[in-house]
Design a protein around this ligand. Structure first.
Ligand code: PMP
Length: 406
């Protein structure tokens, strides 16, 4: 059981009203709110530490560098990475995927006719960069289809791997649109068996499940700090060290070099090879604080709490006539639905007027919406600070909004 009374004191933003009602924040899949510990870490950084890292000899530069590298170690430990050198700081999930796809496109590993495998559940961030790679290399994009319940078709997956041409599988762990939890260990194993690399998009999973990159066995894993109770503009690419050594850099600039002449540049070792320019120093340090915060509470306890809320939400909303839920019953993080006779956008607008923040629309998953013949859904997404009262408010305002629209 989480101590919600204490936890809520850490999230000052939740103590406000919207349109005269207590704010109920259920848009956590888009971004999470930040605990005081994270905000104080950012503030302390700018009040007492701020300096550029790695090259400075002065005190502030040394302190900032130490804090930045300590955050890298915190991330590595949290992910059970073999070494902190496998942790590349990025600006977020999108940047991490673009880094890997751009680097792979120039690596010589992908030839015309090769295949890139993604799933029907992917966020645009895990579709478009691969389309760009295909344009550059002549590879073909293949899609693992999903069933009506929003789970992936594993038989079709095995069939797609059988082509023997798949060079990389890029797969979301938890679907941001439907909450489907993909069996990443099993799918990674199968993809490796077929000779493919594997990238896991952990943008959603990172706040709900303990992440052990060695147990998953993939080659790359990406996430954003802002979905793990930290600030926007920071994120992580974890990559297998041998691959980070082998792959060419993404962006060129300061920090990623070993030596530069006008004729030739040699590159720094990973992770620095992939961190051109001044990084989001404060963001990385804040991410370290967010990871410490989450681990003090414990991800298993957080997950259990969220699962109780999400199951309860499906139960109390379930008897609204004409409601359809998307995703399987054991969904995690997000609960997506439509209600006959009430457009998702209108529902979301009315719910906001009654103080409940949900997301409506395609959730950056237009191909998935097309697959289900819809333009979008209402999505309620949960975090560690949500309560039973939030679920009750969700059910109450959804019913009221439906009554107004019908
Ligand atoms: N993948 C998934 C599954 C996501 O949920 C998101 C964010 N909604 C992204 C990728 C992109 O993350 P960001 O915008 O933080 O780069």
């Amino acid at each position: 059981m989480l101590d919600l009374e204490t936890i809520l004191q850490d999230f000052l933003i939740l103590d406000q009203s919207v349109n005269g009602r207590r704010l109920v924040y259920l848009d956590n899949a888009a971004t999470t709110q930040k605990p005081l510990a994270v905000m104080l870490t950012s503030r302390h950084y700018y009040e007492a530490v701020n300096a550029n890292i790695h090259r400075g000899t002065h005190k502030l530069a040394r302190t900032a560098t130490e804090a930045f590298e300590k955050a890298r170690q915190t991330v590595a430990t949290h992910l059970n990475a073999a070494s902190a050198d496998e942790v590349v700081f990025t600006s977020g999930t999108t940047a991490g995927i673009n880094l890997v796809s751009s680097s792979l496109a120039r690596s010589g590993r992908i030839s015309p006719g090769d295949e890139v495998l993604i799933s029907a559940l992917e966020h645009h961030s895990n579709i478009v960069p691969w389309q760009m790679l295909c344009q550059q290399t002549g590879a073909n994009l293949k899609i693992i289809p999903c069933h009506e319940d929003g789970t992936l078709d594993r038989e079709a997956f095995r069939g797609l791997l059988a082509s023997g041409r798949v060079k990389i599988l890029a797969l979301t762990w938890i679907s941001n649109a439907f909450g489907t939890v993909n069996p990443v260990v099993e799918m990674t194993h199968a993809a490796h068996h077929a000779g493919a690399l594997v990238l896991i998009d952990a943008a959603q999973a990172i706040a709900h499940l303990p992440t052990d990159v060695q147990a998953i066995g993939a080659d790359f894993l990406v996430f954003s700090g802002h979905k793990l109770y930290s600030t926007t503009g920071s994120g992580v690419l974890w990559g297998r060290e041998s691959l980070l050594q082998e792959l060419p850099p993404w962006q060129g600039g300061g920090e990623m070099i070993s030596e530069v002449t006008f004729e030739k540049t040699t590159y720094n070792d990973p992770p620095f090879k992939f961190e051109a320019g001044t990084p989001n120093i404060e963001g990385a340090i804040a991410l370290g604080a967010a990871i410490d915060y989450v681990n003090d509470i414990g991800l298993p306890a957080i997950h259990e709490h969220e699962m109780t809320l999400i199951r309860r939400a499906a139960e109390v909303l379930g008897d609204i006539p004409g409601i359809r839920f998307y995703g399987p019953a054991d969904r995690s993080g997000s609960l997506s639905f439509n209600i006959e006779g009430a457009h998702h956008f209108d529902l979301g607008t009315l719910m906001d007027q009654m103080g409940v923040a949900v997301r409506t629309g395609h959730h950056c998953c237009q191909p998935l919406m097309s697959r289900f013949g819809i333009t979008g859904t209402v999505r309620a997404s949960f975090a560690l600070y949500n309560t039973q009262a939030d679920v009750d408010a969700l059910a109450d305002v959804t019913r009221k909004a439906v009554d107004m629209l019908r």
